[in-house]
Write a protein of this length. Structure first.
Length: 289
């Protein structure tokens, strides 16, 4: 939906879960030298100003990355969380002031090797030129990057299967349109038929609406139909009756080896820092075939 702007939500607790998991997957996948195709179907603007009118209207980052960033010197942090925060810190003009937050396109770009390919899709007519400007300003000539104003649901199949037969695909629409839940499942069905061995990351909000409540079961059914292993991590930071999004999840199809063990170290730390009034909770589940 064109009314949705991720700037209102940049750096919230859902971004922390999503981006920490994304960076962990990339690090584990890069243990092999084979080139990776990195694909973001709903890329957004790429980089966000936490001091602009969007972020300061919602203040959602105050419940997410702001609290975590304030703990960057804490001995309780895992190496993965430190790595995540170090990427964010580089973007700041002053090391102790958090003003800029990297979206998934920036994190994918920052993590890509010279042999990898990056494909970014964004349909929003306002966010797309901002995304292109942000990535063009940091892109090196040797990097294989394409930024397209396309519908990520329908255009994903154009990149599958990748020449190297290795890919990480991030799918994280806004879900403001309840049809997005169906679109994600349909897109995954088509993608898996073309390329069943890809690593697919699907972020989703945990809401009271029926489509949201049933969504994990639909993902589980899809994985069972195709006999694909999966890991699901969910993070709640406050009671569901509190204002704003209280919880979200990330579903990983064909998870890299050791992902579950790494998340089991990271999420208790994240929960302890972000939880409000002791209402934090996290779960990690998996199924292998």
């Amino acid at each position: 939906m064109f009314s949705y702007r991720h700037g209102f939500h940049a750096g919230n607790h859902a971004d922390v879960l999503k981006h920490l998991t994304l960076l962990t997957c990339l690090e584990l996948l890069h243990k092999k030298d084979t080139p990776l195709m990195l694909i973001d179907t709903h890329a957004g603007a790429g980089i966000y100003n936490l001091k602009d009118r969007f972020a300061t209207t919602s203040l959602e980052s105050e419940e997410g990355i702001v609290k975590l960033f304030q703990m960057k010197s804490s001995a309780s942090l895992t190496d993965n969380i430190r790595h995540y925060l170090s990427i964010i810190e580089v973007l700041q003009t002053q090391s102790n002031q958090l003003e800029t937050y990297p979206g998934s396109p920036y994190l994918l770009w920052q993590s890509m090797r010279s042999l990898d390919k990056l494909r970014l899709m964004e349909l929003h007519p306002t966010d797309f030129p901002v995304l292109k400007s942000n990535i063009d300003s940091i892109q090196l000539k040797r990097q294989d990057i394409k930024i397209e104003m396309m519908n990520g649901f329908s255009h994903l199949k154009a990149y599958l299967p990748p020449p190297s037969r290795r890919a990480l695909v991030l799918i994280d629409p806004s879900y403001e349109d309840k049809g997005d839940y169906f679109q994600v499942i349909q897109t995954l069905q088509e993608a898996i038929k073309r390329f069943s061995t890809g690593v697919y990351l699907i972020w989703y909000p945990i809401l009271s609406r029926l489509e949201s409540q049933e969504f994990p079961d639909h993902l589980k059914k899809l994985c069972h139909e195709h006999q694909l292993p999966w890991i699901c991590a969910e993070l709640r930071i406050k009671h569901h009756q509190e204002l704003g999004l209280s919880a979200s999840g990330i579903w990983v199809i064909n998870p890299p080896w050791k992902l579950k063990e790494t998340l089991e170290q990271d999420l208790p730390v994240v929960q302890s820092i972000l939880e409000i009034n002791g209402m934090g909770q996290h779960t990690i589940s998996q199924h292998e075939y």
